[in-house]
Design a protein around this ligand. Sequence first.
Ligand code: NAD
Ligand code: UGA
Length: 480
Amino acid sequence: MELAVIGAGHVGAVCAACMAAIGHRVRVVDVDEERIALLRAGRSPFFEPGIGELLERGRTRELLSFHVDPAEALSGAALVFLCVNTDNGPDGSVDLSSVESAVRTVSRFARDGSVLVNRSTAPVGTAEYIRSSSEELGGSSVHVAVNPEFLAEGTAVHDFLEPDRILVGAWDQEPISRLAQVYAPIVERRLPSDLRALLGNGHRRSGEVPFVVTDPASAELAKYASNSLLAVRVSFINEIAGIAEELGADITKVARAVGLDPRIGPHFLRAGIGWGGSCFPKDIVALQGIAETRGLSARMLRAANEVNTEQRLWTTRRLQSHFKTLFGRRVGLLGLSFKPGTDDLRNAPALEIAAQLAQANVKVRALDPVVKAVPPGFEDKIDLLQDPESMARGADALVLVTEWPEFAKLDLPRLRGLMRTPLLLDGRNFFDPDQVRAAGFTYVGVGRARDDAGVVLRLPDAEPPAGDDEALIVATAARM
Ligand code: NAD
Ligand code: UGA
């Protein structure tokens, strides 16, 4: 089918490359000329596993092209996918100006009878608004549908081609039928064999992908509810992690035991330094605002957000309790991106931690496998280095911020030998504590008994153990 995509960001570029990979002719338009120039040259503007291969595949098969002129991209398309940014304004409400300008573009350049599909995350009522404003604009007459995107960065290509579900919200049958046609190879799991090879065997699933059809408002709300519930789960486990840390329990063991209950499941129960990224922070605040402006309380959303704000202080608090004063300390951050598999720094916990530490006069160094520059405003706060040795030399602490698999290969004994103080804060419970301790470090994980906390397992009226026995009990508690 002939398709157009408006917006060549993380969602637009991945959708376009994947839709071309399953045989559609896809034209992408963006107002960002630099981004379009990069994509035309076959280069992705962001790091995402598999995207490079798909861009190349689309280009050589002449199924994928990038444009700055909307007329070129839209005039022949049977469906136009809207993948534009919907960031929050300063008051937390969703800024729909990019959606509005894209709707004007569609009204001017799309052909009559085409389907305008909103994939951007936007408040309930946006599809209705798009439909009425495109009628008011009086240009091309289009069908409107909502088709929320559920891909996660770092696994975006896999998530698009092997989704858990495809959700469509529409008022009439025409957009539903056309979207069913677009996604048929994905729903029926008929991906070309070379695409299967790109995804790898580990991802192979069986049975049709659920193609869920609802009214537009339900589809819009389902997107916010999905992201919010995932964020709530992480905040919940982080709250339990705080309790575990205090009581000498190990949150990784707690989460495993809890997640084995099929009614709960194991996902999004990894405790850490808090969630970030381009979506959870903005979407949970947006949904809270949507509820509160209608006089509804959004207590769960507010609490999840508060827990996350608090969790973002974990690193600084642990460093403060270890060193007492932070002035002049040198701290190395392992990882800058908000999660592994991406170079996205939007709402990255690392940036917030770096800002807190810089405020306390700590010299912050960082190392990241894919981030090659710090964002504007952080040039004087973060010294981005290229090798672990330079980061460890003379440092007082290392903090694992992003669980990049590359960090599992670090030569910890060597790094410890270069450091001024051997402290390792594991913000993602990524390392094996025993290996870190064996390398000579003091290990502090999230929601785990702390080497430096002196947890003593002793009943209040028990006889205090003598001499070295107490150290033995402390050490045993930390290792359990
Ligand atoms: P992005 O900011 O990376 O990209 C948006 C692109 O749209 C930009 O390149 C921008 O220049 C372009 N654009 C804006 N207005 C335009 C217009 N009128 N005409 C042409 N181009 C225009 O955003 P993103 O991360 O791709 O996210 C897009 C939407 O998808 C958001 O609503 C987001 O919440 C949602 N979403 C994002 C993800 C993700 O992982 N990033 C996942 C699911 C859903
Ligand atoms: C998330 C959702 O997972 C996607 O389904 C959704 O489409 C997307 O938002 C979106 O709407 O943009 P993403 O933000 O790319 O995807 O990344 P996640 O893997 O969900 O992680 C979000 C944050 O939660 C990260 O900071 C991650 O480190 C943190 N997290 C995740 C935890 O701290 N613990 C966990 O167990 C899982």
